[in-house]
Write a protein that binds this ligand. Structure first.
Ligand code: PLP
Length: 426
């Protein structure tokens, strides 16, 4: 058969039932797995044989769903994590230790910014934040001899800046380090960052992938393209023997799967942020309709963005699918079939008017969540990004009056009439 289309991978990726087996990915709700001999189990502990022994490291339900996401992204190996936060933490810590440095876009999710700027800094990993729209020279100037990775979001939450993936990948590779892209908002339905030189993709699967506000989760996928051994001195964790696994060298013994093998065998073993198999099952169900839902999210958001742009009570609209967006050209390049369902805008009258507007909504609900089947709305400056000062908000592209509207898959007329009546009362 030819390579399957994303719509088909959403349904079949990662799980092929054989004769008489369950049609749906089974939930293997077991912490552990039985072996006939100690020797057989010992081989698993030495990474000499493949197999399950303890769900903190691997579980068949989780693996099937991870494989579906890996296939959607076009990678060679992937893993699930308990949250998107854990996915980004693991992606960085799999490469960096105290004394290392990362170049990150300023336009990232507030929780990611905090993880980098506060928690990982405290553990000795340093960060330089760069404006995603910076020139190639400015980007190059952010690197240091101890830089180990570059990080950005395909479409930033909530700034909605579009990352110039090729520019960031070229800079990363020129300095011998990989580019990690958080592809949560675009999803692999709209953008596959590996096709533009990105090396590792992360996700908060809590968003569109799950799609139903049911399960917090994350994923990491490796393209398998970065040559760790060519930069062996930078990544000793991948390129020198791991004595806790009897001297296995991940990048040598597991080749293109070395990065994910290390993140599973080492980080999951030591840090343990695994998703429950039940949550992985819900994620697998959500993925079945991801392509359909993304199409509707984008079509609805395009209409809503146009409506807001024409509305007299709206002072500005930011949506990368609008021709007025400074990111329209980048969006067309990286996501020609649609970007995401998230729009940000300002209500005329500033912060107070924005709050009146949100309180008047009847269909759309005020929730912390985003990228969900049901339309929802949030004021980031007073919630998700409240730990940032005004300068940090500005750098992250979050205005104090910014309303983040996550357009769902309801009938678009119902969304539009709700927005219209709430704007009247703003
Ligand atoms: N990355 C992005 C782009 C996000 O929007 C979020 C959460 O909103 C995260 C990561 C963190 O994911 P989670 O909430 O699943 O931990």
């Amino acid at each position: 058969m030819n390579r399957l289309h994303p719509e088909t991978i959403c349904l079949y990726g990662g799980y092929t039932p054989h004769n008489g087996e369950p049609r749906q990915i089974p939930i293997i709700q077991s912490t552990t797995y039985k072996y006939d001999t100690s020797e057989a189990m010992g081989k698993l502990f030495d990474l000499e044989a493949e197999g399950y022994f303890y769900t903190r490291l691997q579980n068949p339900t989780n693996d099937a769903v991870a494989e579906r996401i890996t296939a959607l992204e076009g990678g060679v190996a992937g893993m699930l994590t308990a949250s998107g936060q854990a996915a980004n933490l693991y992606a960085i810590v799999n490469l960096c230790g105290a004394g290392d440095h990362v170049v990150s876009s300023t336009a990232v999710y507030g929780g990611t910014f905090n993880l980098f700027d506060v928690t990982l800094r405290r553990l000795g990993i340093d960060f330089t934040f760069v404006n995603p729209d910076c020139s190639e020279d400015e980007l190059a100037a952010a690197f240091r001899p101890n830089t180990r990775a570059v990080f950005g979001e395909t479409i930033a939450n909530p700034a909605l800046t579009v990352l110039d993936i090729e520019k960031f990948a070229a800079a990363a590779h020129a300095h011998g380090v990989p580019l990690i892209v958080d592809n949560t908002f675009a999803t692999p339905i709209n953008c596959r960052p590996f096709e533009f030189g990105c090396d590792i993709v992360t996700h908060s699967t809590t968003k569109y992938m799950d799609g139903h506000a049911a399960a917090v989760g994350g994923a990491i996928v490796d393209s398998g393209n970065f040559d760790w051994m060519a930069h062996a001195d930078k990544f000793p964790g991948l390129t020198t023997p791991d004595e806790s696994y009897h001297g296995k060298t991940y990048a040598v013994d597991f080749g293109r799967k070395g990065f994910i093998t290390k993140a599973t065998a080492h980080l999951m073993r030591d840090l343990g942020a695994i998703p429950a198999p039940q949550n992985a099952f819900l994620l697998g169900l959500g993925l079945e309709t991801l392509a359909l839902r993304m199409e509707r999210h984008c079509a609805n958001a395009q209409q809503v963005a146009g409506f807001l742009e024409r509305h007299p009570k709206v002072s500005w609209v930011n949506y990368p699918g609008l021709k007025s967006s400074p990111y329209y050209a980048l969006a067309q390049k990286y996501m020609p079939h649609g970007t995401c369902g998230v729009i940000s805008f300002g209500v005329t009258g500033g912060r107070e008017a924005a709050v009146r507007f949100m309180d008047a909504l009847q269909l759309a609900s005020i929730v912390t969540h985003v990228a969900d089947s049901k339309t929802c709305v949030l004021h980031p400056a007073s919630t998700t990004h409240r730990q940032m000062n005004d300068a940090q908000l500005e750098a992250a592209g979050v205005r104090p009056d910014l309303v983040r509207l996550s357009v769902g898959i309801e009938h678009v007329d119902d969304i539009l009439s709700d927005l219209a009546q709430a704007l009247e009362r703003a």
